[in-house]
Every structure is written in C-alpha cells, then in structure tokens.
Design a protein around this ligand. Sequence first.
Ligand code: C2E
Ligand code: CA
Ligand code: CA
Length: 574
Amino acid sequence: MGELQYQLDLLHAMNQKLTDNLEMYQVICEMSESIYVYCDFEHNKIEMVGQFDQFFPFPLVSMGDLEHIFEYVREEYAEQLRDVIYPEYAQKEHGSLECCLNRGSVWLRFESMLICDERTGRPKTKIIRINNISKAKMQNEELQYLAYYDLMTGMYNRNYFVSILSRWVQKAQEEKEIISLICIDIDDFKKINDGMGLVVGDELIQVFGQFLKEFAGEDIIVSHANNDVYYMAIYAPVGAHSTESITERINKRLEEPFKLTQGREIKFTVSMGIALYPESTQSAMELINCAEIIMLQAKMSGKNSIRYFESPVLEEFKEMIEIENQLKKAIRENKFELYFQPQFDSGSRKLRGAEALIRWWDDTGHMVSPAVFIPIAEESGMIVSIGDWVIDEAIRIYSVWQKKFDCTFIMSINISAIQYRKPDFVPNLVKILKKYNVDPKYIELEITETVLIKDFVEVVHQLRVLKEYGIKISLDDFGTGFSSLSYLKGLPIDTLKIDKSFVDTVLIDHSTKVITESIVSMVKKLGYETVAEGVETEEQYEYLKDIECDNIQGYLLGKPMPAKDMELVIERNQ
Ligand code: C2E
Ligand code: CA
Ligand code: CA
C-alpha cells in the first residue's frame, strides 16, 4: 500500500512537472514570433503554435493540408520548398529555405527537422518552423540597391560599374577580346543648371540616362558615374555594337531635342572620351581614367567631339600629376624666384620697364619652364598662392630698386585669369602697394584675352577700378586669342603686347606684315602704348621701330635675368 502511494505521488509530481513545462513551452512559443508546426506521422495529426493564419488562410489539421502552402508561394521557390516541408521524402534531417509569397512582398524562412524512430528508422515526427523575415530582406534589398544603383537615374552607379568592368577585363584577358570604354559628359551642363535650375538639370540627367540605358545589354553596361558624366563599356565591340556605331547613334539622337516635363525641350551636345582594353591600358581603373582624361581633352578642345585615348596622353597626364605634387611642395618651401626681362623704348633705347617672370627649379635642380607649370597651377588653383607671392615679391623688389636708383620705369606683372577673378584681388594689390610704399603708376598688370572672355562687363568694370588707382593694364599675347580689333575699342587698357608669333614671321610672311602694321597703327590711334615681345634680331628691331611700335622686349636686348643682373641694366641706363 505504501509502495503504491509512493508510485502515485511520483506520477502526480511528474505530471505536474510536465504540465508546468508544457505551459512554459507554450508561453515561450507564443512570445516568439515564429510559427511552429508539429507533425505526428503516427496519428497523421498536426499541432501548431503561432499565427499561421496570418500568412496562410486555411486550417492546418492533417498532414495533407501542408500541400496548400505551395499555392501561396512564388512558383520559383516551390520545388526547393518541397524538400524543406517534406524532409521525409528528401531524406534529410534538416532543411531550410527563404522564399517569397506570391502576394505582397512577404518573405518567410522555412526550417524543418525530422525525427525518426531509432529502431525502425521510420519517420516519427517533424517540426517546421516559419519566420517572417520581410523586414530584414527589405533592408538588405535596399542596401543592395544603394550599393549597385544610382538613386537619381536608377542606373548602375560608378562602384558597381567598376566591379563589372574588372570582371570583364579578366574575361577579356582570357578570351583575348577587346573592351571599349566610353566616357560621356554633357557639354555646358553648368550653364544649363545655372540658367534653368537644378530641377531641370536633374531631369536632363535622368532623361539622357534613360536614353543611354537603351544600349545596355549582355555585352554593354551603362552607368551614371557622377554629375553629368556617364560611362559605357562595350565587350567585344563589333558591328552594331562597335564604338563608332554607338557613338554615332548617340550623336544622331542629340540632333533632336530631349523632351522634359512641363513641355520643356532641351538640346545639348556631349564630349566623349574613348579608351580601349588592352590597347590603352590593362586595368579597369586605368581604363576609366584614360577615358576621363581624353574626354576632358575633347572638352577643352572645343566640346561636342569624340576623342580616342593614345598612350602618350597617359604619360603626359602622369607628368602633370608629378609636377602638381612638386609644385605643392615648392609653394610650401618657397622655391620660386623672379627673373626680370627689360623692355626698351624703340627710339631712344631707354629702359621702359621690366617684366617679372617666375622661375622654379625642381628637386633635381632643373628649371621648369613657367610655360609648363603655370597652366598646371592654373588648373589646380595653386596659381592663386603663387600669384600672390609674385605680386608681393615684384613690388618688394621694385621698392628696393626705387630706393637704390630712384627709378621711374615700369614693373610689369603677369596675372592669371583665376587670380584676377578673386573678389579680393584689387584690395590685396592696393594693400601691398601701401606696404612697400610704391606708387601704383609704376605697376603694370599683364592680362590675357582669356580674362576678358568671361564676364566681359564685370572684367571691364574691375579694370576701371584698377585704373582709378592709377595701376596700368597691359593686354598680353595679343594676336593669339580671338584678337578682334573691334573689342579693343573702349577697353580700359594702357598697353598692348604684340605676341612673339607675329614678330617671328613678320619679315617672312606678307599677311602677318599687313596685320602687324594695321594693329600698330590702329592701337596707336586708340591711344595705347605698344610693346613687341620676342624680338631676337636687329632686323626685327629696325622694322618694328620703323612701323612705330613703341617698345621692344626680347633676347636681342636682354634675356630674363636675376634681380642682381637687372640692377646692372638699370645702372647702365641712368
Ligand atoms: P609671357 O608673359 O608671354 O612671357 C614672355 C615669355 O617669352 C617669357 O617666357 C620670356 O622668357 C620669353 N621671351 C622673351 N623674349 C624672348 C625672345 O626673344 N625669344 C624667345 N624665344 N623667348 C622670349 P617664360 O619666362 O618662359 O614665361 C612663359 C610664360 O609663363 C609667360 O609668357 C607667362 O604667360 C607665364 N608666366 C611667367 N611668369 C609668370 C607669373 O609670374 N605669373 C603668371 N601668371 N604667369 C607667368
Ligand atoms: Ca607677359
Ligand atoms: Ca606675352
């Protein structure tokens, strides 16, 4: 009896524990967001925890009901899902699959586990767990989208383009194929943006991008790289997919305007740079660089054009980068010096002035010509700090000479367009003149026509301000730009420098002679002083004197020289 009571108590206790456990499991299952489907093979019965009906609107009672799940899943997942839901047929203990329902964009993860009878090996139970993973999937997709696509146009972005191109380059290496890379840039996009507004600019980028996307296919990828720049890569470019055929089609389309919203229409041109694998370079990144560089060159040489990359361009480019880096260092270490080239009155041969010309010796001790490094400094913006130094140094030296020689000749200083456009240019200049106590009438600024091309009105206004201060203005390199004599009229300048290219040929070429003579006589009528530069021979000198060119500058009378040597020239002249 005691034994039986003990057994009964024990059973009771175990039962209680089981109930407790069951409750605990239920709570756990309910708290979890998973759905558990518990299948009992022996009794063909299904137990379930979780909100199955949230995704599947049918009761799950017997094993046969599982079949209905497939009606709600996208077809392409059905076969794989079958293996997960029926692990007993797939003969797998575990299975799992992420799949999408055929309505909405709900993503579920199915996992299953099969338990077999140890003795007979027959399936006893299986548990299927279902989780809603839509949120994670969406985030992932969004991230993937951001990683591959450009938001504005929906085209491949630069990164993704580079990664595909890298793969293509490998493939092309194995298959000994060619890849053509076209860099396409909308001409004067800034003007469109400034003139018509950012919204129109953005729309144009989208619309043109859509057009370019039409070329995309198995062997053509198109990408929106940035701003108004697109890349297109063609694998094995032949026939209708040849570079020529495609660029032609692009240009043909550009003959017609593009339609934007609100009835707007816009017509524009593009500049294209083309680089080829393996001819131009062997790496994907460099291929892009080459196409970009050559596109920029196409742009600089007049836009609306196509250019092919040739290897020397890359060399030039590398050299340019090298000079740029060295220049930065030279600015930090103040490695510049000013040379001076005298200018003489053609009649009396008296010293009229000196042109300050910058000199720079690089690390190896070679003198780099300003004709080489000034354009690089202009492009990179470094000209501003270099130019500031030139102005300060030239005026400083002039003040030294004034004290030493009581001189009255003119100091000519070259000014780049970028420098001139800085709003604080005039105030700074005036400050420096005060600092060294130099009368502005002894200072002449040499500007080129490129200064005038942009904002003619604004520039003329600034020239007037300079004139009010008494500073002289000289128009440099006259004859090399658009050189229209008509715009000279009314320009507030004092001096006109006739370019060396005229002086070089004036005695050989009849038409140059006619032009030079008419320039000189007309300029004199306008009341400007003339300086001929690059005079190397006595014949040139005599001729220029005869046609009444006022001043002469050139190797014949003096090469550019250090300040010390220039002092000797000044002394000799007094
Ligand atoms: P530029 O202003 O036209 O200067 C005249 C150039 O012609 C100078 O070259 C001078 O040395 C050279 N030259 C003068 N007479 C003769 C001659 O008889 N025969 C020959 N073959 N050449 C002659 P440089 O000093 O090499 O300067 C080249 C250019 O660099 C200058 O042309 C100017 O555009 C620019 N540059 C020089 N210094 C400065 C500067 O301080 N600031 C800026 N912005 N540009 C500068
Ligand atoms: Ca000059
Ligand atoms: Ca010049």
